[in-house]
Design a protein around this ligand. Sequence first.
Ligand code: FEO
Length: 169
Amino acid sequence: MEKNVSKLLNAQINAEFYSAYLYLDFANYYESKGLEGFANWYELQAREEQDHAMLMYHFMHNNGEKVTLEQVDKPDKVFNSLMDPLTAGLEHEKYVTSLIHEIYAAAQGVNDFRTLQFLDWFVKEQGEEEKNASDLITKMELFGSDPKGLYMLDNELKSRVYSAPSLVL
Ligand code: FEO
């Protein structure tokens, strides 16, 4: 694998673990507010991000690349409203999309077709991640200011169950 592509993929492992830690902190915030459904949603989101990291970890190893695990930053966002984590989540997913695209462009530049094929799944996944984050904001805007609406939305999010990423290496 070309050096820069390998470096970017290694950095993305850390970025995915940071995403997991960030979303666990969102869950942590909602737990403290008594919104178990929102907490459930982000706890599962955190698990999904760990799976994303592990897919990259195994892809690197399957291709004989050395993986270096770096320190994961502390999530330090301050929330002043129930909406804040949702908007931060959408911003974060857009940022992650830009990171995936950066790796994609690097792999494209050196005709690394295997990495491109691997990343295709992530390009599509980021589209879904952004849509999910955006849909949550819309629902919160529509129903979040009414206590009954918020209660029902929290119940809806409580029903989310974990499903592992569909990508098979
Ligand atoms: Fe790993 Fe939320 O993208």
